[in-house]
Design a binder for this molecule. Structure first.
Ligand SMILES: CC(C)(COP(=O)(O)OP(=O)(O)OC[C@H]1O[C@@H](n2cnc3c(N)ncnc32)[C@H](O)[C@@H]1OP(=O)(O)O)[C@@H](O)C(=O)NCCC(=O)NCCS
Length: 226
């Protein structure tokens, strides 16, 4: 994959001592505040590929994290310093993580109103494959909702291409939990709960239905030949 940029940066793994610089950068990216929590820094250091872009003066000017999920790479947490945006750094970061990962399938999710993020995915030849919705609310496990609403185990619903668990989109074939439902609703045992059919007002959830509180996310996929 060719990497084009109008600024020279180098890449390296993020280290524990980069915490302050990374968190300063992420504070300037409110687009990530829906899911980024300080505990994620430690998790991203332990798991997956946590990569920084450093300019010629040694300043950390960009970061990205990639998780190796079941047969694909999941990109998240990409951010570039506001004073140096639109110079090709995010494209370089994403290209670097993708090409060094060895994975043939790469996926990422972008908020529907985040134009730079969507345009970045499209500029890297990602194709949209799904649309999901997030709504905040009471944070409870599927089991508690099932008890409150008297849901029982049901068959897997038809026509559901994928779901979100732990803030990563997954194709439905990878789901190993139960589907819990009634006549109008089917939920999945994910974190937060994913509503596969219908909707569940008042609970923190991802789902397939656009509700009044919806934050829409477009899921993108890139398939490479290695
Ligand atoms: C999204 C983000 C990482 C892009 O970083 P960047 O270094 O400015 O992006 P690049 O310069 O590499 O842009 C690559 C391509 O993305 C698209 N793009 C990036 N920013 C854009 C913008 N503001 N408007 C339209 N298209 C944009 C363009 O196609 C661009 O190519 P071009 O400049 O040759 O036209 C940056 O805007 C950012 O940090 N945003 C806040 C955090 C965030 O939203 N992260 C994404 C969460 S999924």
């Amino acid at each position: 994959m060719s990497i084009t940029s109008r600024v020279r940066v180098t890449f390296d793994r993020v280290r524990a001592e980069d915490r302050e610089a990374v968190e300063r950068l992420l504070r300037l990216a409110p687009e990530l505040s829906l899911y980024y929590r300080p505990q994620l820094f430690d998790r991203w250091l332990r798991e997956g590929d946590f990569i920084k872009a450093v300019d010629a003066d040694g300043n950390l000017v960009g970061v990205i994290h990639a998780r190796h999920l079941e047969g694909y790479l999941w990109l998240e947490g990409i951010a570039v310093s506001p004073d140096i945006r639109r110079k090709g750094i995010a494209r370089q970061l994403a290209s670097y993580v993708i090409s060094s990962s060895g994975e043939e399938v790469v996926r990422v999710m972008a908020h529907e109103r985040n134009a730079p993020s969507n345009q970045l995915a499209l500029s890297l030849y990602f194709k949209p494959v799904d649309y999901v919705y997030f709504c905040d609310g009471k944070d409870v496990q599927a089991k508690e909702i099932a008890e409150a609403l008297r849901l029982r185990e049901v068959e897997s619903p038809k026509g559901v291409p994928g779901y979100v668990d732990d803030w990563a989109w997954r194709p439905i074939e990878l789901y190993r939990g139960r589907f819990l439902g009634s006549r109008d609703i089917i939920i999945m045992e994910t974190e937060p709960v994913f509503v596969a059919v219908g909707d569940l007002d008042g609970y923190r959830r991802f789902g397939r239905v656009r509700a009044a509180c919806s934050e829409g996310f477009i899921v993108y996929e890139l398939r490479l030949r290695r």
